[in-house]
Each structure stands twice: as structure tokens, then as C-alpha cells.
Design a protein around this ligand. Structure first.
Ligand code: NAD
Length: 276
């Protein structure tokens, strides 16, 4: 494969770069995932709330790629917090995906005010023991949520998938994850294509390496050790976004991008986000 693996804390190998399908309608998701698989992606990031697990599943089935060579992530939606709801939620997702197991199952948001993420995670530990999720983890957990979870859990989460891009670098979270052996996965790694790819410092580095701004930003993540899941429905961009393993940024390039941090979120604050 063109994408190197990251070994998670339970020994499972996860491709360091995958394909995200947020906001992609079901039929379009099938086309986009088919294009991504042809381009060499082997990891797909979906979620129950995205409404496209069936399209993802159809593309996976039609690809003919052996199941063991694929890495499929889905996420448990907010309405399914709690032990029994979580057990049922994975059944529904697997049915839609047409799969017998997912490679990674994540709690989509911590919903701290509801106080049920520990119970939800205990169901995921059972799903992991049953082989229905090869690895389990969380998304949008702040270090304080992880501390509570780890105090009550048997398994340290394999992954925390958080908003992370040059304008929101998450230094404290990354450091805490590293201490705990949790892999940091970056959502909106390209800053949703809003503004970040037009920043002069990034354009200058792109010109220096004869690459695109998106490739420069993805390469910055890769060299930091983040897992990335860029999204596009445009075939040329889908192909471009995986071609980031045949060049390197130097120390100066890395420093110039790291200087762009503004600790500015595009998405909701996990401490207060509470819908669904
Ligand atoms: P992203 O940072 O991947 O940016 C995607 C956008 O950037 C595209 O829609 C397009 O406008 C632009 N783009 C992509 N490739 C480009 C290229 N080569 N050149 C120029 N522009 C390009 O944003 P995202 O979709 O928000 O995040 C990626 C994935 O992360 C999602 O699809 C989803 O799987 C995941 N995600 C998870 C959560 C969560 O709460 N866990 C939240 C948001 C996103």
C-alpha cells in the first residue's frame, strides 16, 4: 500500500491516511469511496449520523478488495449513548455497511452534561471483546473527558479523533494522548478547505516543493504523526490528497506551518456541544 500504518495501542494497524465522507450524500458517497479505493485509499471514515454507511458499504463490496486489507471506521451518534443503545447502534451500522465488524468504533461526542460516556464505552469494550469492533476509541474528547474515561475503563481508547489543522493545533491534547498511548486522528485536516489553503506561507512551501497547498498541509500532519482523513468528492483532489508519501518537509517548512496556530475551532466546543 502507498499509505504506511500506525500501530494502535492494541496492536491493530491503521493506515495513517484515510478518506472522510462527512456531508457526502449516500449515492455520492458510493462514487467517491469507489474513486478513493481505486486511488489507493484503504481506510474510510464514516459515522451513523452521516447517513451514508450504506453507500460506503456498497462501494466497499463492489471494490472486491479483501476485507482484511480495508480499515472501516464508524461512530456512535449522540442519541445512542448508554449501554444497551450502544450495543444496538453498532448492529444497525454493521447492517448498513454490510460488514461483520468495523475496524474502529468511536463515540462521536462526549456529551459531558449527559454523563453517559463511561457506560457507552463499557458497551464498546464488550463489542471489542466480541470481535465486532477491532479497535475502539472516542472523538471530540477533551483531556478532562479522557481522564474520567480512563479512570473507569479497562482499555485505554486506541484513538481520539479531534478537530486538528494548522489553525487549531491542539498542543495540549496531542501531548496528553502521547503520554497515554492514544493515537491522535485529525478531523478537518485541511481546515475544511476554508482559507487555510490560501495562506501565503503554505502557498510558498507548496511552490518550493512543486506540490499543492493541500498536499503540504497533509504532509505536515503526517510528519507530526497524526492520522488524517481528508474529504473530497472531486476525483482529481481525491487522488492528489493521497500522494503525500514521496516527499518531505524540512525543519523550516514544519516550523513555518506550526507558526500558523490560532487555537481557532471551525466546529463546536466539545465541552458544550449537546444535540441529537
Ligand atoms: P477537510 O479538512 O478534509 O476539508 C475538506 C474540504 O476541503 C473539501 O470539501 C474541499 O472543499 C476542500 N479540499 C479537499 N481536498 C482539496 C484539495 N486537494 N485542494 C483544494 N481543496 C480541497 O474537512 P472535513 O470534511 O470537515 O473533514 C474530513 C473528515 O473528518 C470528514 O469527512 C469526516 O470524516 C471527519 N470529521 C469528523 C468530525 C467529528 O466530529 N468526528 C467532524 C468533522 C469531520
Amino acid at each position: 500500500s502507498k499509505v504506511p500504518p500506525i500501530i494502535l495501542n492494541n496492536g491493530v494497524a491503521m493506515p495513517q491516511l484515510g478518506f472522510g465522507v462527512w456531508q457526502v450524500p449516500d449515492d455520492e458517497a458510493q462514487r467517491a469511496v469507489a474513486t478513493a479505493l481505486e486511488a489507493g485509499y484503504r481506510s474510510i471514515d464514516t459515522a451513523a449520523i452521516y447517513g451514508n454507511e450504506e453507500g460506503v458499504g456498497r462501494a466497499v463490496a463492489a471494490s472486491g478488495i479483501p476485507r482484511k486489507d480495508l480499515f472501516v471506521t464508524t461512530k456512535l451518534w449522540n442519541a445512542d449513548h448508554g449501554y444497551d443503545p450502544a450495543m444496538r447502534a453498532l448492529d444497525v451500522s454493521l447492517e448498513k455497511l454490510g460488514l461483520e465488524y468495523v475496524d474502529l468504533y468511536l463515540i462521536h461526542w462526549p456529551l459531558p452534561s449527559r454523563g453517559r460516556f463511561v457506560e457507552t464505552y463499557q458497551a464498546m469494550e464488550k463489542l471489542n471483546a466480541d470481535g465486532r469492533a477491532k479497535a475502539i476509541g472516542v472523538s471530540n474528547f477533551l483531556p478532562e473527558h479522557l481522564r474520567t474515561l480512563i479512570a473507569h475503563a479497562s482499555l485505554i481508547p486506541a484513538v481520539n479523533q479531534i478537530e486538528l489543522h494548522p489553525h487549531m493545533q491542539q498542543h495540549a491534547a496531542r501531548e496528553y494522548h502521547a503520554q497515554q498511548g492514544i493515537t491522535t486522528e485529525a478531523w478537518s485536516p485541511l481546515g475544511q478547505g476554508r482559507g487555510l489553503l490560501e495562506v501565503p506561507a503554505i502557498i510558498a512551501i507548496a511552490q518550493k516543493h512543486n506540490r499543492t497547498p493541500a498536499q503540504i498541509v497533509l504532509r505536515w500532519h503526517i510528519q507530526l504523526g497524526n492520522v488524517v482523513i481528508p474529504k473530497s468528492v472531486t476525483p482529481d483532489r481525491i487522488r492528489e490528497n493521497i500522494e503525500v508519501f514521496d516527499f518531505s518537509l524540512d525543519t523550516e517548512d514544519m516550523a513555518a506551518i506550526s507558526a500558523l496556530n490560532e487555537d481557532r475551532r471551525l466546529g463546536p466546543d466539545p465541552a458544550t456541544f449537546d444535540v441529537g
